[in-house]
Design a protein around this ligand. Structure first.
Ligand SMILES: *Cc1c(COP(=O)(O)O)cnc(C)c1O
Length: 453
């Protein structure tokens, strides 16, 4: 009986030949999937109601095309980040500076001297320019870049500690966002994990014991970026770790996580490149976290150690693409010129500036929806500055009937506006807005208000 019911459905080949599905320029595979889904919808209808009438062939083809177009629509695009989380992992972490974005776009759209030496007319090194810049900016003897910091950690351990016992504090065996776990990366690298100390306290003697008894032949320091130990805690200073490394002639490797160059809009005791570089054989960090450049992994350190990194087979597999390389070079030029990256500017924004912005935007938005400027807390995010909340200002939208419908409406706009619901209101944090975002928010809210009347 069921087979008979379904026999009334159009045949796949006829559906695929029928306009507008049949003559759509979409790839065959997408049209076929759209047709399959349209037929599946009809099967669902017939399962519930076997006698239901079947729409004409062309109507089913139209539905199939709509579904195929949904499959093929672009997904990745700009959003307005009004969450107040500066390095929002789900929203693409660091926005590039205009200089970095332009550099990437220029290289993207044409040919470049990526691996061509303009002085000699021969093949050149793709990373030499940023390596020199990194050395000049940080004082490192050598530098190398890969496609993210997870890759940098992997390469550092694989090249400098293969088969070695690597001593790491129990408090630093962390998981950082989307599935980067220090113990798992160590296994993949071929290094052997040697846990020392305890979760909350690790002393120099703990490392010394592992080294003295031959259990460990390298030291690893990991900045536990996304959480903070408070209370009865103790860690080991860079100087102490370095002197242990020297005493036992083992390398000190360091995963800083965020690449905070030196003093900046973060706490004074924050582990920066300037603080750790003199002590580490190699240190690595993200190019996008506190540095605010493109997603990449930066490795800095001693000349021979960097040479080992570059000679390792993984170096090629993990190499940085040309768009990120162009953006990184421009980010380093900003650093050289003392120009803060957008991330650093957002972190440094004062309450007075943010309050002023919130008041101005409230004035613009209030004709569309009840709202007011309110103080709030924003965050660095991205596993940087955990537990550190940054006093900020937001526009608090109080739509009649609650904030959920407006929040969802904002998410469906092009571009979407992402805020956060707090205390029954929708908060738009001023800290993470980029130039032009206020206009987009105003347009989104005006569209919503229009739908309310
Ligand atoms: C963020 C982070 C990583 C991973 O860096 P990605 O750039 O996201 O690959 C690794 N280690 C630490 C300590 C981090 O904070």
């Amino acid at each position: 009986m069921e087979e008979n019911t379904f026999a009334r459905l159009p045949r796949m080949d006829r559906l695929l030949a029928c306009p507008p599905l049949g003559d759509s320029p979409l790839p065959y595979a997408s049209r076929k999937e759209g047709a399959r889904m349209a037929l599946e919808e009809l099967r669902d209808v017939l399962r519930r109601e076997p006698g239901a009438s079947i729409p004409p062939l062309e109507a089913v083809a139209r539905r199939g095309l709509v579904l195929a177009e949904v499959l093929c629509r672009p997904r990745l695009g700009k959003v307005v980040n009004a969450t107040g989380v500066v390095l929002h992992t789900n929203l693409g972490r660091a926005p590039l500076s205009p200089r970095a974005a332009e550099a990437a776009a220029r290289v993207a759209a044409g040919y470049s001297n990526l691996e061509y030496d303009l002085d000699t007319g021969r093949r050149g090194s793709r990373t030499a320019a940023v390596e020199e810049q990194l050395c000049a900016l940080t004082g490192a003897e050598g530098a190398y870049v890969v496609n993210n910091n997870a890759a940098a950690v992997l390469l550092m351990l694989a090249a400098l500690a293969p088969g070695l016992g690597v001593a790491i504090s129990r408090g630093e065996l962390v998981e950082i966002g989307g599935s980067f776990r220090v113990p798992d990366v160590m296994v993949q690298s071929g290094a052997r994990l040697v846990e020392v100390g305890t979760t909350n306290k690790t002393r120099p003697e703990d490392y010394a014991q592992a080294l003295a008894y031959g259990r460990a032949q390298a030291l690893l320091k990991v900045h536990p970026s996304n959480f903070r130990l408070v209370g009865f805690t103790q860690g080991v200073e860079p100087e102490e770790l370095a002197s242990l490394a020297t005493r036992y002639s083992v390398p000190l490797l360091c995963d800083l996580g965020s690449g905070a160059p030196g003093p900046g809009p973060w706490p004074q005791d924050y582990p920066t490149i300037a603080k750790w570089l003199p002590h580490a054989q190699i240190l690595c960090c993200s190019g996008d976290k506190l540095l605010g450049g493109p997603q990449c992994g930066i490795l800095l350190g001693k000349r021979e150690a960097v040479a080992k990194l570059k000679a390792h087979p993984l170096a090629r597999a993990l190499r940085l693409d040309k768009l990120s390389l162009a953006a990184l070079e421009a980010t380093l030029l900003d650093w050289r010129d003392g120009v803060l990256s957008p991330v650093q500017t957002m972190l440094a924004a004062t309450q007075a500036e943010l309050e002023h912005k919130a008041k101005a935007l409230t004035g613009v938005l209030s004709p569309c929806c009840p709202c007011q400027p309110v103080p709030c807390e924003s965050q660095a995010g991205g596993g940087a500055l955990p537990g550190e909340s940054l006093p900020s200002w937001a526009v608090e939208l109080d739509p009649p009937g609650g904030p959920e419908a407006l929040e969802a409406f904002f998410r469906r706009q092009r571009p979407p506006v992402i805020g956060r619901i707090h205390g029954g209101k929708l908060l738009l944090d001023m800290r993470t807005l980029l130039p032009g975002d206020e206009d987009l928010i105003q347009a989104a809210l005006a569209a919503w208000a229009e739908g309310q009347v």
